[in-house]
Design a protein around this ligand. Sequence first.
Ligand code: ZN
Length: 209
Amino acid sequence: MTQRGDYQYTYTRYRQLLDELTDVGLSFTTYGGNVSEGEVLLRHDVDLSVERAVRMAEIEASANVDSTYYFLLTSRLYNIFNDQTRNRIDRIQSLGHDIGLHFSTHQYYNDAPGDEQLIEDVNTEREMLESVTGVSVDTVSFHVPPEWVLRRSFDGFVSTYEERFFWRDRLQRRLEPAVADGSAVRRWFPRKGTDSRSSGTVGRKRRAV
Ligand SMILES: [Zn+2]
């Protein structure tokens, strides 16, 4: 379980975090291309609220930050073909962000299905999402990823859980010397068993989107 200390999950703090990451020299990129050290891959798997996703996208745009929003086609809470949701996805795209597929294997299989079946089902959902976005959807983030999708790649699309994206330790090594005062950036990437410093206010913990 990830220890997140007392980070406040508010829109205001989120904007501050983006500025702090930029201030320490990091830049933001998306999953489609090569990623260099010092670049942040920022993504949102939209499990709950498309409305809040738009709010996050607007905050990021105002901070000149690019990110990727991953949408489910199997959510009980929103439907990408609903006109309000389509308009919101369009808004996120117009702010300069990428759209990806948030794919729930749990809706299809109890056990690993084999690559051919998985890729076929992912591609079916990709095409449906592309009918909404109007552009090709090349990256996929698995919802509550089962072990069998981790640290591996698939033919035909980029998975956010490919081995090359497991950078946590390298990023942490870069951040810690840069942020020595216990600021939000350090709390965002806590090391287990350290950094218990409190700001005096315990934020209400919830997922932003
Ligand atoms: Zn999810």
